[in-house]
Ligand binder design. Structure first.
Ligand SMILES: [Zn+2]
Ligand SMILES: [Zn+2]
Length: 209
């Protein structure tokens, strides 16, 4: 699953599809065809050959027959900013601030609005004080949707130790909303830290420190 929306610069149709062969999607089946033959097929129907997704560099790309007009441009649709919902309050150092959405920075970071300063900023679960019932459920749902997937190797297999580590990291993530996502080790015992933490001590040695 892509974690980012594709740029229009990655849209490919007709001769810009860099492949000798393509899978032509007729809606019911995929047929492997020469690209040029597929383009001719599309043009005969007053349409173009459109690649379904950006090139992966592996198999022949899947394509559909669809109309393209030049210059290539995005569909236009209204941008509605959702109104601030006061029920999503939480205690911040300045008073009650309000959750307003996704921070789109690091995993688990939420967008917040401070009515005292009139500024928007990003916040993690661990930085929030007391909060409303509505905010509590907003955070739980947000973090559930932000959970990184479990580790898999090139064959799609998951190591048992990786799976346990992932579960333990997620348990902490649900409490803190932090996911550091870099390798780190414990300064005391040298174990490899779970990826949610930016600390330098493992769970076992952080209390003693
Ligand atoms: Zn504030
Ligand atoms: Zn340790």
């Amino acid at each position: 699953m892509p974690d980012r929306m594709w740029s229009l610069a990655e849209f490919r149709f007709d001769e810009a599809i860099e492949a000798a062969e393509v899978y032509l999607d007729s809606g019911t089946e995929l047929e492997l065809m020469a690209r040029d033959e597929s383009i001719a097929f599309a043009h005969e129907r007053g349409a173009n050959l459109v690649a379904s997704c950006p090139p992966t560099g592996e198999a022949a790309p899947s394509c559909v027959v669809a109309k393209v007009s030049l210059p290539v441009r995005w569909e236009r649709a209204p941008i509605d900013e959702p109104p601030i919902d006061e029920r999503l309050w939480f205690e911040a150092p300045c008073g009650r601030d309000v959750l307003v959405g996704n921070g789109h920075s690091f995993t688990g970071r939420m967008a917040a609005w401070c009515p005292h300063e009139g500024v928007g900023y990003n916040v993690s679960r661990a930085e929030m004080g007391a909060m409303s019932e509505e905010a509590r459920y907003f955070v739980a749902g947000f973090l559930a949707g932000n959970e990184p997937g479990y580790p898999v190797d090139v064959d799609g297999e998951t190591d048992e130790a990786d799976l346990s580590a992932w579960r333990a990291a997620l348990a902490r993530f649900r409490r803190t909303g932090s996911w550091y996502g870099r390798w780190g080790t414990c300064q005391v015992c040298g174990c490899v830290l779970l990826p949610d933490t930016a600390g330098d001590r493992c769970h076992q040695h952080s209390a003693a420190g």
